[in-house]
Ligand binder design. Structure first.
Ligand SMILES: Cc1cc2nc3c(=O)[nH]c(=O)nc-3n(C[C@H](O)[C@H](O)[C@H](O)COP(=O)(O)O)c2cc1C
Ligand code: SF4
Length: 533
């Protein structure tokens, strides 16, 4: 007999049995309170056509969906070891929570890492420790073409839109940024009231130009000019791509476009909005730098930059050439790694598209150096930077500062339940459901965001002192090591070599085979300057 048949047989026996017992013992009739809902559930399972498991195994088939639902929690609470857990390992999550709550963050008994395992990284300390100056923990963004430079922290809040995050989450992040003196990137969803809580903002413009767009989705100069002059807006970031889904546009379904979101983003309420995969305002590297110039001019000289995940190398080289050709330079470039986070993205995009952060950062930094642009453009890195050592590695590779998205979400109370895309975030961080986001207590979470930042920057200072350096410009890639296998290690200079300054301004045939391959993915040249179109 099929399980379905057995379900009807058992139901019949249960109902008849319960009826007979209730006849002699009336209080037993309460059992119908359980039997009737289970029977209705079983009938619904049999009649529905979407799930074969439920159809074939009425009632008990639902257990599969229940366990699937709580799989991340089961994994986290019962299976995962300290170094397991993706995307943020348990060890890092615990550290962020401890720092955010000002709990004891020291660990007992020594490292749990296998220091002889391939890809283990470490840094050499000095016998002669240093006193690291406080002013080194901040850096100036704004080249000669900018009239309102900004002094940024080495660690900041990465782009996350209002809509992807809840209003209370945005408010707590912004208040945290104010308390700790670091910036808060708005993400591409525009500037909301929740962003204006006193913290410094980087206003991000994506391909849909939310907050400064015309009805047909083009860039609206007047709206941009007005909002970019808000005192809270310290810098402007043009998003070209994002590591978790490079080359992928977005779609905000009509039902999610509430009147409030519509007003912030300058779109029609309850109408689906499409973010194209690339910009409609420019179609070439020259167009990009000219657009950056326009943004700087309209914002009265605030620092402007762009964010990208490195894809085709020649395109970035072409952008550098366009900077020189047009004599227009961004004030900063944000390099996002393919390991970066997102609210929602297709699996192929998150898993396999775009360059991981270390390689992307190395490429951007060395290309800028090779065009002799490194000193005038600041580089900001993002992608799984959670502690001070990871931050220091990015600085050693040539970044000036880092942005963190998921680290800051953890400081807000994210438990990595991995439901950001369902609107059912249990802790009210990534949801638009008031029943959930009202549970996020803004004042205490703002404190936690500020504490996480403060403690991580403090750890950065302590590690730098242990290395005996007094400036991040003294960081040497030769002090950082990576284990290749049990018996061999390489220093970071060997893994991520430094290019000679200005080498790409010379003839390419003067490049060594290594750098030809690095910049142009070719071993040799038959023609001059291979800028492909
Ligand atoms: C919930 C969420 C929303 C995001 N929204 C944006 C966005 O609007 N614009 C953008 O450039 N990046 C966005 N990102 C990517 C982050 O800004 C950042 O580049 C990436 O997550 C870096 O990795 P991290 O989370 O490891 O720090 C988002 C990330 C998350 C987790
Ligand atoms: S707790 Fe919320 S924000 Fe964190 S991963 Fe889960 S759904 Fe996303």
């Amino acid at each position: 007999m099929s399980v379905r048949g057995r379900f009807f047989l058992i139901s019949w026996i249960a109902f008849v049995g319960a009826g007979l017992i209730s006849w002699v013992m009336p209080s037993f009739s309460l059992s119908f309170l359980i039997l009737v809902p289970l029977f209705v559930l079983g009938i619904t399972d049999c009649l529905q056509t979407s799930h074969s498991v439920r159809r074939n195994f009425p009632v008990i088939g639902n257990l599969r969906y229940f366990f699937e639902l709580i799989r991340p929690e089961l994994q986290q609470y019962f299976v995962e070891s300290n170094s397991d857990g993706r995307p943020v390992p348990r060890e890092m999550r615990s550290l962020i929570y401890q720092r955010a709550k000002l709990d004891n963050e020291s660990v007992p008994f020594g490292t749990q890492r296998d220091v002889y395992e391939a890809s283990y990284d470490w840094v050499n300390h000095s016998i002669f420790t240093s006193k690291f100056p406080e002013e080194e923990l901040r850096f100036k963004i704004g080249g000669p073409q900018c009239t309102q430079p900004y002094i940024a922290s080495r660690l900041n809040i990465s782009a996350m839109s209002y809509g992807a995050l809840s209003p209370t989450a945005i408010e707590a992040l912004n208040k945290g940024a104010k308390k700790g003196g670091f910036y808060h990137n708005t993400g591409e969803g525009g500037i909301s009231h929740y962003h204006l809580q006193g913290g410094d903002l980087v206003w991000q413009l994506g391909t849909a130009y939310f907050g400064c767009r015309t009805q047909d989705g083009r860039f609206d100069e007047v709206a941009f000019q007005q909002k970019s002059k808000l005192p809270a807006v310290k810098m402007i970031e043009l998003k070209l791509s994002q590591g978790a889904k490079p080359g992928k546009g977005g779609l905000l379904p009509g039902p999610k476009v509430s009147p409030e979101i519509a007003q912030i983003r300058m779109v029609e309420a309850y109408k689906t909005v499409v973010s194209p995969p690339s910009h409609v305002e420019f179609k070439s590297s020259d167009g990009l730098v000219q657009f950056l110039k326009k943004l700087r001019m309209l914002s009265d000289g605030k620092p402007v930059g762009f964010k990208l995940c490195v894809g085709k190398k020649w395109e970035f080289i072409d952008i550098c050439r366009a900077m020189i050709r047009n004599d227009i330079y961004p004030d900063f470039i944000t390099v996002d790694g393919s390991e970066g986070g997102t609210g929602a993205a297709p699996l192929e995009f998150t898993n396999h598209i775009g360059t991981p952060l270390n390689e992307g950062l190395h490429f951007v930094v060395e290309t800028l150096r090779a065009f002799d642009l490194k000193d005038r453009i600041r580089v900001i890195a993002s992608g799984r930077v959670f502690d001070a050592f990871q931050l220091l590695i990015k600085l050693a590779l040539g970044a000036d500062g880092v942005n963190s998205a998921r680290g800051m979400m953890m400081a807000l109370g994210c438990i990595q339940a991995l439901r950001c895309h369902t609107n059912h975030c249990p802790v009210g961080v990534a949801t638009t459901d008031p029943g959930l986001y009202k549970g996020l207590h803004v004042p205490s979470k703002a404190e936690r965001v500020a504490h996480y930042h403060e403690k991580t920057i403090h750890a950065l200072k302590e590690v730098s002192e242990a290395m005996g350096i007094q400036s991040f410009s003294n960081l040497s890639k030769r002090d950082f090591y990576r284990r290749i296998d049990t018996h061999t290690q390489s220093n970071f200079e060997e893994v991520f070599p430094t290019a000679e300054r200005g080498i790409l301004l010379k003839k390419p045939d003067q490049l060594s085979p290594y750098w030809r391959k690095f910049f142009y993915e070719e071993d040799s040249f038959s023609s001059d300057l291979p800028v492909r179109a």
